[in-house]
Unconditional design. Structure first.
Lengths: 440, 326
């Protein structure tokens, strides 16, 4: 008798496992007629966010309480993920990845597989900035939650100490200034953050600002030799190469440390880093926490000019989107609108508001005094939204990553064979082959 | 019947393997048991039920993902798209025709070379500590300890050790080395530094394998050798080394497959930069940076095949001969 029970138990376990597995893979999506983003916001939604700090310090709770004043029928749950960019991609292989998410790095052509369309892009143009990041085929799939400018964050005190009075507006001036810093101060003129890697990719955000070309990305996707003098990407990578080759960067790039670099920039051990404007507030708090002043942190445009005028590219941060499989799409969409329009997030973070009629944040006022003009890149033409990243993936030249720039730094510091010309030729060859293959 | 079943494992536990088979065979042929026809079917199935959980988990979490990996390697999947297009052998052709993919195997040679040093150190200490040595348990603990530390933690510890002006440079400066090299920044040194870290980490495991094998050798042999006036050195070559040859062979296979699939230490310490990228790091970058999961799966399958082939060659060249010390 006892044995039969055990057997039954085993069969039971097997059956439950089987049911569990099928439930995981075959959850049917409940697409009832009234579950659209235009419906009445009600039901439970789960918000998945990369800002774990805002979950922990209660900012989200405050927002949810405020949101519930307007929509009392919506129950909002928040989950923060530390390694958001990677983990979200894994979660999206299921259907249960939250109702409100930030779009990770998926191809624009894949938006419709995961995300609920929010409407025509043209309908949002009068109200919001940064629409190009989440637009495909004229349809908008997400709204940027704030945006950033691109340029260089620097320590004003160190630059003054080195005897520099005007900010550099060309590569030659930049290199001369770095030399002054190296000769006159103890600071590392430029810190690459080579080991952590991702900060190296930040300079790519300046694409377009150097030649004041809003179509720079589309042009690069059609250029068989973009690393040729006169292009934006040439200027960006050349600046890095020459700064490293001139000995203006950290001594051993293999042992850099991102958290420490914030403190070092704040306290004047580092003079400059190429980072988006999102970094300003972090540098300021690192400075204030370590006995220096937040006012020491400044922000300048990429050292380049078109007829004496400097430009800075602004672009959206993560795009907030509604999951295609959400059971309360209207509530999810209402929460996104609340976050973007009313939460005050961009003000708190020193980011550029997505709303077109909002003012520039305080920390970008350096730009205004320096006469830097802000510009937005135009979206890629229809059908070519993913072309640039397709070419990058196919040619393995990770323009948005660090692998090829680490090699560039290695060559510049004499740790790998070649020179600037030979490596740029190598990049052109790989890129050109993929352009030929993918551009029809 | 219930009692005979429950006391069965305890009874056999004390028996040797050959006894056990004899006894099982005896039972199979044995005289009829009460229970009838339907009961015997259930009884014959019972062992399978015991196996089911383990085998089920193995199939579900090892073989099924491995089969999936094989399937992905024939597609152009990017890791997220809901459709996977079959591309035939294209990914495998890419793996074998793209020189940048295979170049990284040269990095494995550093780790392979270092693994000999690792086995030599482990064998040396295992031999010494198998004889009567003062504080031998303490030393065993110290030698094995690094293997117990999490690989990520080791990566960070050594990152601080190798920093310019870090621990290693400070210690060297006590001995008058004023201008130490950049241990990770210098491309001709970086792989040796990383391989050295790997030696530090895995010597403990080799040591324990060797020590266990040495201690299983019959003690009378040493006594006999002592009586014959053999020195420790002679004892090592005549008794210990032949006695543990199989374990040395096993360590050798582990060293090859280990150096082909080095991952944690270079990934944590350099992220594969500065010419320290290994095949596994390259695979990860292909899958998650360049979103070519299909190609990366093919690379993973190729690595598996290479390890299998190397193991097979090793078994052919050094057959698993019986060790006979008498």
């Amino acid at each position: 008798m006892a044995r039969r029970k055990a057997v039954l138990g085993l069969v039971g376990v097997a059956a439950v496992t089987a049911i569990g597995l099928t439930a995981c893979s075959g959850g049917s999506s409940a697409t009832s007629a009234d579950n659209t983003i235009d419906g009445t916001p009600s039901g439970d939604i789960k918000v998945v966010t990369w800002r774990t700090d805002l979950v922990q310090d209660g900012t989200y709770d405050k927002w949810i309480a405020e949101f519930n004043k307007k929509y009392p029928d919506v129950m909002v749950k928040v989950e923060g993920i530390t390694d958001y960019a990677n983990e979200m991609l894994t979660r999206m292989s299921t259907k249960n990845f939250g109702d409100v998410i930030g779009i990770p790095t998926i191809q624009p052509s894949q938006f419709s597989q995961f995300l609920e369309p929010l409407g025509k892009t043209s309908d949002f143009e009068s109200k919001y900035r940064f629409l190009s990041g989440a637009s495909y085929d004229g349809t908008q799939y997400g709204i940027a939650w704030g945006g950033n400018a691109n340029g260089i964050v620097y320590n004003k005190k160190v630059w003054q100490e080195a005897g520099i009075t005007t900010l550099p507006t060309s590569e030659d001036e930049w290199l001369a200034d770095l030399k002054k810093i190296k000769d006159n101060t103890d600071a590392t003129p430029l810190y690459t953050n080579y080991k952590d890697g991702w900060p190296l990719s930040q300079s790519f955000g300046n694409l377009g600002a150097i030649t004041h070309n809003p179509d720079a990305q589309t042009d690069m996707a059609h250029d068989k030799a973009p690393w040729t003098e006169g292009t934006d990407v040439y200027a960006i990578d050349s600046l890095l190469y020459d700064s490293v080759a001139g000995g203006f960067t950290e001594k051993d790039p293999l042992t850099t440390n991102w958290e420490q670099s914030k403190v070092d920039l704040g306290t004047g051990k580092i003079a400059a880093m190429t980072l988006g404007s999102w970094a300003i507030s972090q540098m300021q708090s690192a400075a204030a926490d370590n006995g220096a002043s937040a006012d020491d942190i400044g922000y300048m445009a990429f050292p380049a000019n078109v007829d004496g005028k400097q430009y800075a590219v602004i672009g959206g941060d993560y795009n907030l989107a509604v999951s295609k499989y959400s059971k309360s799409k209207a509530a999810a969409w209402a929460f996104i609108q609340f976050l973007v329009d009313e939460s005050g997030y961009t003000d708190d973070q020193g980011m550029i508001s997505t709303l077109k009629d909002a003012d520039l944040p305080k920390n970008l006022q350096d730009f205004e005094t320096a006469g830097v003009e802000l510009m937005e890149l135009t979206p890629a033409p229809e059908g070519q939204e993913s072309l640039l990243s397709d070419i990058a993936n196919d040619s393995k030249v990770d323009i948005n990553g660090q692998i090829y720039r680490q090699k560039l730094v290695d060559i510049a510091r004499g740790a790998a064979d070649g020179d600037k010309a030979s490596y740029f030729a190598e990049l052109n060859k790989a890129w050109g082959a993929s352009v030929e293959k993918l551009v029809k | 019947m219930q009692t005979s079943r429950t006391d069965h494992p305890t009874a056999t536990a004390a028996l040797t393997a050959s006894d056990r088979t004899r006894r099982f065979r005896g039972r199979g042929r044995g005289t009829g048991r009460p229970g009838g026809h339907s009961g015997s079917l259930l009884r014959r199935l019972t062992p399978w039920f015991f196996l089911a959980t383990g085998v089920g988990l193995l199939l579900l979490f090892t073989y099924w993902p491995a089969l999936n990996l094989g399937y992905y390697s024939f597609t152009d999947w990017d890791g997220i798209d809901q459709t996977k297009n079959l591309v035939g052998l294209q990914n495998y052709i890419d793996v074998f025709t793209d020189p940048s993919i295979f170049r990284v195997f040269f990095v494995s040679l550093y780790y392979f070379a270092a693994s000999f040093l690792q086995m030599a150190i482990a064998l040396y200490f295992a031999t010494i500590l198998s004889f009567r040595t003062r504080f031998s348990n303490l030393f065993r603990g110290i030698l094995f300890f690094p293997y117990l530390i999490n690989g990520v933690a080791i990566g960070f510890v050594f990152l601080y050790l190798f920093q310019p002006g870090g621990t290693l440079d400070t210690v060297l400066s006590w001995f008058g080395v004023g201008d130490p090299p950049q241990w990770l920044g210098d491309p001709s040194l970086v792989n040796w530094s990383l391989a050295g870290t790997s030696v530090w980490r895995y010597t403990g495991m080799n040591f324990v394998l060797f020590l266990g094998a040495i201690q299983s050798l019959p003690h009378e042999l040493y006594e006999a050798a002592d009586l014959d006036g053999a020195s420790r050195w002679q004892q090592f070559w005549a008794i210990i080394f032949p006695g543990i040859r199989r374990v040395v062979g096993l360590s050798f296979i582990l060293a090859i497959s280990g150096s082909l699939s080095v991952f944690e230490i270079p990934f944590i310490m350099t992220g594969g930069a500065n010419g320290s990228s290994t095949f596994v790091i390259e695979t990860i970058q292909t899958a998650f940076t360049f979103r070519q999961v299909g190609l990366a799966s093919a690379m993973a399958v190729v690595l598996l095949l290479i390890v299998l082939i190397v193991t097979w060659i090793q078994r052919k060249v050094f057959p698993d001969e019986k060790v006979d010390l008498t």
